[in-house]
Design a protein around this ligand. Sequence first.
Ligand SMILES: [Fe+2]
Length: 286
Amino acid sequence: MLQQPEIGRTLTNDVIASGANARDERWREIYAKLVEHLHAFVRDVELTPNEWLEGIRFLTATGQKCDDVRQEFILLSDTLGVSMLVDALANRAASAGTASTVLGPFFTTDAEEIPFGGSISRPDDGIPMAVTGTVRAPDGTPITNAAIEVWEVDGAGQYDVQYADRVEPNGRGRVRTDAGGRFSFMANLPVSYSIPGDGPVGAMLASLGRHTMRPAHLHFSFTAPGFTPLTTALYVGDDPYIGGDAVFGVKPSLIGDYVRSGTGADATASLHYDFVLVPERTVARV
Ligand SMILES: [Fe+2]
């Protein structure tokens, strides 16, 4: 009798060989490794027909949950740690730049340009927060006219795209650095929030006894000619979920210096952070 790891070995080899005419070498490698690891997984857990069908139903539901503003597959990737693993591989070289983290499922391409000092949030979105900082090269040279996409939840812990009556972007915008590499905009103090729990990914987390919370954060995504794009976020260090992010996105260097002052209706906050982008040529090719 064949040992379990050998069951279906010929089948596995045949499926891998079927990719011999893939359009390029990289795709052939990815296909072969995907089949190898997927088959190994099926052997390892001795997947039953019912379990296989349950998996098919889950992936089907994940796709069906996606639309223009809901990306359930990114949520699945995030909650399985795949997004952060891909990020870690892409940024494995010790970098002089600011650390990166997950894009998440709530980035949109329709954010409006916000003038220097303008606001990405409506006045009633939460505790007003002044956000300032600089964008520089590793040698300290200011980066002028860097485009920065910023996005966050409102004080109720919801992104604009989670409101059915959304008619325009809110809690998001595109700001730019001035001649000194400085940026400045108004936002609202981010709060911890639940990733969407009403879809198949939420059901998966519930079945695992996992929570759906992310520690409060403000997303940033930078582009500037000659520099490697950077997607990152700044987290609130004293957030109760800082040690248990549902998507594993927290890095110690990305704890922001969020300063609160006042209480009640007089509460305000501020955040200052100096970002560093690395020139394109210095990023390790992997
Ligand atoms: Fe987020």
